[in-house]
Design a protein around this ligand. Sequence first.
Ligand code: NAD
Ligand code: MG
Length: 390
Amino acid sequence: MRKISIFGATGSIGQNTIDLIRRAPDSYNVVALTGGANIERLAQDAIALRADIAVTAYDCHLPALQAALQGSGVEAAAGQTALLEAAARPADWIMSAIVGAAGLAPGLEALKHGTTLALANKESLVCAGQLLLQTAERYGARLLPVDSEHSAVFQGLVGEDIAAVERIIITASGGAFRDWPLEDLPKATLAQASSHPNWDMGQRITIDSASMFNKALEVIETKEYFGVRPDQIEVLVHPESLVHALVGFNDGAIMAHLGAADMRHAIGYALHWPERQSLPVERLDLARIGQLNFRAPDPARYPALRLANEVMARGGMMGAAFNAAKEQALDDFIAGRIRFTDMAVVVETVLEQMSGESDLIDAEMTLDNVGRVDHLARKQAARAAAERIG
Ligand code: NAD
Ligand code: MG
């Protein structure tokens, strides 16, 4: 029996992971499940999967979790320290599916215990890629990509030499507003931004898909995970979301990865790696699909992509600043404080301010220093957002 834990178990990726685990209950021994405010979901799954412990990230929800787990034999815990303690519990495989920079500390802690970390939480690679990779190496742990594009690239590289790779092309659906007139974008509502044409995902990543901030994070994730240069990474708009990524080699060959738009593929690949096992995902019928479309992303529609390139060019801990500013701007958009198009303006303002903070941005990449950058960038983003409103 493999020991596994799921961080962010109540979210979209977490639930898809649980769906796969449930299909083979005798193969897995569930150690920890973690969640946030959805205590009912967390407790139900922890009991059904006979987890050792269930952790809510928020102290205020501990009494509800304790009540829901009473008599079940599942331990209840809450708060940051409890999350880290859960990450330190021995496990063979841990899913990192908390959303945002909050996933970084538990992910690092898990790596320090030599586990295999399936990384859906792309933000941690964007904030501290070098730190994660070095930690994995130092403790003999392994990081496996779960983002669909990165899983696709990873699969395209099996048996290949990374030195023979000329370029990596990650696809983007173009999000909810890919066909909107540009002048309508400032009027986009939260409900409109929260609906994705192809994928069923958490709300934050869905809005990030509409703004392409998600793809911007993924470009940086590609650079960090595969160690390629920024100029080797391309983004291609592909409305059908069936080709997830393409790897171009030095002989002109391109290996494309196709599959249904179902995250259980990438999760399942990471779960069973290095083997492949049968997965309950739809099989593509290309004759029926008939046509696949591709186009270059419009820079005016998707300023986030340009910002990602600026972040990579600046280096240091600019990724942490970028992610934090984006998270704050997204909070402000969700709360109705700024418009959809203000998000990129806010993030760009923060990048301009932060790039001068050399003492901070170019300091040694440690969890504390990443936290300092994150804190300041959020403050600056909140201020920049307030100026947009005022
Ligand atoms: P989600 O919002 O559906 O779920 C997030 C999970 O994190 C929940 O369990 C929530 O309780 C927990 N959480 C939220 N804030 C927390 C905090 N401060 N501390 C601890 N836990 C917290 O998100 P999701 O769509 O499942 O995405 C999870 C991660 O996977 C993100 O990094 C996202 O970018 C990435 N990802 C998601 C998809 C997808 O299809 N949903 C695809 C690729 C990558
Ligand atoms: Mg993705």
